[in-house]
Structures are given as C-alpha cells and as structure tokens.
Design a protein around this ligand. Structure first.
Ligand code: BES
Ligand code: ZN
Ligand code: ZN
Length: 486
C-alpha cells in the first residue's frame, strides 16, 4: 500500500524525484533538466513517457504529460501509472505534479488523479505466484503546499484506487477458486468492513425468490448460486437526491453451458464477473466519496457449466418478473441472470438503474478492447454516465436500442427467446434486458466485454482485470441528478 504525504522540499530519503513535463515549445522546458540527454534519447514528453536522468542528490524521472492544451486528469492518472511502474524497485520517491499542470485543471482533482494513477500502476496480481515481486513503492511525497484539502484529495484518490484494485483482485482470481459462495463471502466481508448493509441469498433463497434466470444458468453447475444485495445510505443529516441501483453480472466462470465455448473463447472467462466486481468495488469506496444518494448494489453469482442437468437449448425459464424465456443458446446466459437482478432492482422503485456486464463478444467487435458500449432508455441518465466516464478516463460509446430490432427476440413458444439475429448482438442483448426494466425507470446498460480484461499493461492499467467501471460509477453517484422518467 502506498502512503502519500506532502512536503515543501524533496526529503533527504527520497530515492527518486519525478517531474511532469508538457510537450511543445522549448520555452516550457524546465531549465534544471539536462535536455541534451533527453533529446538524445528521443524524449518527446508524450503522455505517459518516462525517462530517467541524473540529478543532484538523486536520479530524476521526467514524466511526459503531452501537450499542455490537451491535458486532462485522465492524462495525469495515466502518466502517474507509468511512473509507478517504472519506479517499481524504489520505496520512497517524491513528485512535483502541479508545476506542469495548466491552471484550468482543478488542483485537487489533479492530485487525486495522480494518487489513483500511482496505486493503479503499481498493481500486480501475485496470489498464485511462488515468488511474487510486487511493486515496492511505499511512500510518495508530493512537493508543494499541503493542508487539509490536499490531504483529503490524496486520501480519496487512494481509497478509490484501492477499490479498483479490490475489483481487479476479484476478476483475476480463477473461476475454480472464486466460486459464487466465495464471491459472496468476500462481498459480505467488504460490506462489514465498510459498515454497509448486506444480504445474501443462497440456493434456497434464490429458489424462494423465484429467480428463474439465475436458477436456469446454475443448473449445470456443482456450485450453488448466490444473490448479493449491498446498501449504502447517506448520513441522515446530509443531502439525499434519491436512489440508484447498481446491477453487475457475476458469472464466476462462463464455459458457455451446453452451447459450449471453444478453448480460446473460454480462456479469459474468469473475467465474466467483472460487472459484479465493478459494483462491489464501487460499494467498497462509497463511504469515502459519500455520494448524496441511496445506493443499492445487486450481484447475481453463478458459473455457467455443463453438468448432466444443465439447461438445454429449447428449455423455457420463468423469470423473476413472471416473463418466460426460451433459451436457444445457453452461452447467452448473462442476460438471464441480469434479467432477474433488474426485476428485483426495479421493485424498489429507484430513481435510476445502471447495469454493467461482460455481455457480448459483439460489443468487442463493434468497439474494440478498450471502449464499453453504453445504452439506455433515458438520455439524461445515459449522459450523466458518459460525463462521469469522461472525467475518470474510462472510455464508453453510446449505442442505440432500436425498437424495431426487438422482434428479433420473438419466440414461438415463450414470451421471448434469449438470442437475436446474427448481427447487432450488443443491441439485441440490450433490448433483451429492457424487457426486465419497469416502465418509467431510467435505466442504462454498460457492455464492458472489451475493457474489463486486458493482456497488455499501459499507464494505470495492469494485465488481467482492469476494474473498469468502479471510478465512473463513483463519479456518477457523487454528481447524480435525478433524471426524468425514461
Ligand atoms: N461472457 C460472454 C461475452 C464475452 C465475450 C465477454 C468475450 C468477454 C469477452 C457472454 O456470456 C457470451 O457468451 N455471449 C455470447 C452471446 C451470443 C451467444 C448471443 C457471445 O457474445 O458470443
Ligand atoms: Zn456466455
Ligand atoms: Zn457470459
């Protein structure tokens, strides 16, 4: 864990001092740096570029921040992530962050983003390594004015980043280890630690609640399902603008069921609970950001296996809201468990609902590995989430929910089937979910199949689970305005 402190000058014990530099005019180059050397090494101050040069008492890390007029807190976060990764063998470093940051960027937000980037960039998953060599960074001294507001911004950045790392740990734990029971246990421990209310349904509870989608997906598994609900309520003395439901897909492993996946297709399917991890991650830091809304997280948990009594293609499930679904492809299971979770979320009549799910390969085909698809029935609510994502450096892109595509889900034996036609799969998945959102409730859906998991490291992103969604959810909750009915 990294501790942040502030100081007026570089402490004697610092093993490295880091300075941010913008690209562009030569006049903006800090004089004290050896630009002959930096130019010789091809340092262009591109965002996230890090170069080490010798300084007086200690080496200096020169950290590129890109063009000053393009700088955002996302750039600062990314650059801090690169710095943390480059300095992974050092324990104590100091950084001068704000000198190169333009005046129009809020100082406290810049410091918060720096703290987040340092923690996220130093993350690695070592649970199953005999010799894990974690990042050694322990203390970061931020050179510049201190005070309560600065300390609070750094602390909030730390709390949010630790919550993202919590989500990453959940995603990175293999499917055979993170069973639904263990996933729920970790959620309960987190809730207890954070003073949040939590309830967990086991197999009997799920049967009693008639969660037909979750039961249908779980039928092929030896591992019983769980359904987790975690609640946060603002301080009764503080402002409360309404209530928001967060719903996350919690497939601890997706083999595809009887519509079995290929070997390659299954390889990363421990990540199929990333939506649930994002919801629990957001709940893990919710008291630190104290949003002015009541928040309830819903996470249905199961794996999707091929046991002897697994749901067969053609089987019909009766969902929590009474609608029936003909399952024609057991690999389109995320929408089945989300359907029940959305129905339950709507029963509480929240002012807005958002779900996050690694739902379709089609969304990855459309938007690639780094951008999530964002859909919904209420422009104001969808815009709030898109604005939040913009601020937190998580990339989303709006996709439509064309009403006339809904007929692709028509079934001859049930109210609907669980797959649409061969094209536009991200949209038909979204349309399927819309059947389980009650009229008048603003709802947004994030298909995070692309950005939830990565095999490359870059800026604040480490290999494996990314924790995508945690930051934007927290930001959207803090800035929540009740949208009109959808
Ligand atoms: N979990 C997968 C989607 C996925 C794919 C997530 C790749 C992350 C990376 C989901 O359950 C699934 O298998 N979807 C099917 C739906 C299809 C059968 C309609 C898909 O996308 O192929
Ligand atoms: Zn699937
Ligand atoms: Zn899945």
């Amino acid at each position: 864990m990294i501790t942040f402190r502030t100081g007026r000058k570089i402490p004697a014990g610092a093993e490295l001092h880091a300075v941010g530099v913008c690209s562009g005019h030569a006049g903006e180059r800090p004089e004290e740096l050896d630009w002959g050397v930096l130019d010789g090494r091809g340092f262009e101050a591109k965002a996230g570029q890090v170069e080490f040069v010798s300084g007086g008492d200690r080496p200096v890390a020169v950290v590129g921040l890109g063009p000053a007029d393009e700088m955002t807190t996302a750039v600062i976060r990314r650059a801090a992530g690169s710095l943390a990764r480059s300095a992974k063998r050092l324990r104590r470093i100091s950084v001068s962050v704000l000198d190169a940051v333009p005046e129009d960027i809020d100082r406290l937000e810049a410091l918060g983003a720096m703290a987040e980037g340092m923690i996220l960039g130093s993350y690695s998953y070592g649970e199953f390594k005999s010799e894990h060599k974690p990042n050694k960074l322990e203390t970061v001294v931020v050179i510049g004015p201190g005070g309560r507001a600065v300390a609070a911004a750094l602390e909030q950045g730390r709390r949010v980043a630790e919550a993202v790392c919590f989500a990453r740990d959940l995603v990175n734990e293999p499917g055979g280890s993170l069973t639904p029971a263990r996933f729920a246990e970790i959620a309960e421990e987190m809730a207890e630690r954070e003073g949040l209310e939590v309830s967990v349904l086991d197999l009997d509870g799920v049967r009693e609640a008639e969660l037909g989608g979750l039961l249908g997906v779980n039928r092929g598994s030896e591992q019983p399902p769980r359904f987790v609900e975690v609640c946060y309520a603002p301080d009764p003395e503080a402002e409360c603008r309404g209530s928001v439901a967060l719903v996350g897909k919690g497939l601890t492993f997706d083999a595809g069921g009887l519509s079995i996946k290929t070997t390659a297709g299954m390889m990363t399917m421990k990540c199929d609970m990333s939506g649930g991890a994002a919801v629990l991650g957001a709940m893990a830091a919710i008291s630190a950001v104290a949003p002015p809304v009541k928040v309830t997280g819903y996470v249905p948990m199961t794996d999707n296996m091929l046991g002897g009594d697994a749901t067969r293609p053609g089987d019909v499930l009766t969902m929590a809201n009474g609608k029936t679904v003909e399952v024609l492809n057991t690999d389109a299971e995320g929408r089945l468990v989300l359907a029940d979770a959305l129905s339950l979320a709507c029963r509480a009549e929240p002012d807005a609902v958002v779900d996050l799910a690694t739902l379709t390969g089609a969304c990855m085909v459309a938007l690639g590995p780094k951008v999530a698809g964002l859909m919904g029935n209420d422009d104001a609510w969808v815009d709030q989430l898109a604005d939040a994502a913009e601020r937190t450096g998580e990339r989303v892109w709006r996709l439509p929910l064309p009403g006339d595509y809904k007929s692709q889900l028509d079934s001859s034996v049930a109210d609907m089937k669980n797959i649409g036609g061969p094209h536009g799969g991200a949209l038909t998945a979204g349309l399927f979910l819309s059947n389980f959102v009650d009229d008048g409730i603003p709802w947004a859906h994030l298909d995070i199949a692309g950005p939830a998991f990565t095999d490359s490291e870059d800026g604040e992103t480490a290999k494996g689970g990314t924790g995508f969604g945690v930051r934007m959810l927290l930001d959207a909750l803090v800035n929540f305005e009740p949208p009109s009915a959808g």
